[in-house]
Design a binder for this molecule. Sequence first.
Ligand code: NAD
Ligand code: MG
Length: 380
Amino acid sequence: MKNIAILGSTGSIGTQTLAVAREQGDIKVWALTAGKNIDLLEQQIREFGPKLAAVWDEADAARLRLRVKDLPVRIESGMDGLIDAASMPGPDMIVTAIVGMIGLRPTVAAIRAKKDIALANKETLVTAGHLIMPLISEYGVSILPVDSEHSAIFQAINGEAENQVSKILLTASGGPFRGKTRGQLAHIRVEDALCHPNWSMGKKITVDSATMVNKGLEVMEAKWLFGVELGQIQVVVQPQSVIHSMVEFEDGSIIAQLGTPDMRLPIQYALYYPYRRPLSGKRLDFFALGNISFEKPDTDTFEGLALAWRAAGRGGNMPTILNAANERAVAKFLDGKLKFLEITQVIHECMENCHYIEHPSLDEILETEQAVYEWIESRW
Ligand code: NAD
Ligand code: MG
């Protein structure tokens, strides 16, 4: 029996984690948390019977408490609810399927409570990799990647512990606007940006894929997870999204992981590592696929990727400045308050103007987030 808790159970990764739990039948779900969707959370509580559930607002928690008063489940709210779900006795592993750097404090709490982390919430590593990775070693827990590229890399280095990785080839679909010019991107609507060619995901990461900021965040995620230098990471556009990433070793051998674009596979691999389990769904058909093609990323058009490289190179709180600016800019784009190309403009301006700290503590990371939000509100 696997014992887990899910932060962000009503989202794309959260619901697919529960789909894996449903299919496998030997996962006990101790806690579920969500932002606002109490209808779906109630259904999940009824199906999976967690001991604890949490939502963001206390008003929603009060409504949910009434709805599930026939069940032995405790309902909490806010950051305390997230931290309780992440650190309660029972689960051995916390699936961080929450979106944004709000996942940072619960992830730290989970590690301190000696839980393994199945990490989807990449924003946590992007902003605080320098604190999270040492904490992982200090508490002797494991961090298992859920992001498909990082799962691919993790699978490719399996059993290669003694061998040096010379390069990580991080694949990218290029998103829905691959091949377009900046002129064409000027009038992108929200619904265009939400149409990813290969993956069905939450709104924020779908927009991040369209700007290619997502790939920049993934470069930083890979750097922390696999302890490589930035110069050892290369982004390779592979539009069919069947090669999920590759690793080149010192002898020039390259190991790739392939499969259909289905997040349940990396989720299941993280949950059961080192074991593989049967998984329903389509298999890759090379004859139907015909071709796998490769391109260089266009960092002139997709400035987000270039900005992320720059933030990663600078280090300190610069990745937090980039990430916080991106979170707020994407939210404003989704609200119709910013144009598509303004997302990277906001990030750029924040990186130029917000206060740089070389070795930020957890509090300084959270202060940087607030400072970036305030700066954006005063300016945009
Ligand atoms: P999503 O928007 O579909 O789901 C996010 C979840 O977080 C929801 O359950 C939502 O209710 C919850 N949440 C949001 N704000 C909250 C708040 N203030 N308090 C409590 N809960 C809150 O997002 P997603 O696509 O599932 O992505 C989740 C994470 O996984 C992100 O970090 C993303 O980058 C990463 N990721 C996602 C995919 C994917 O295929 N969806 C792939 C790789 C990595
Ligand atoms: Mg990914």
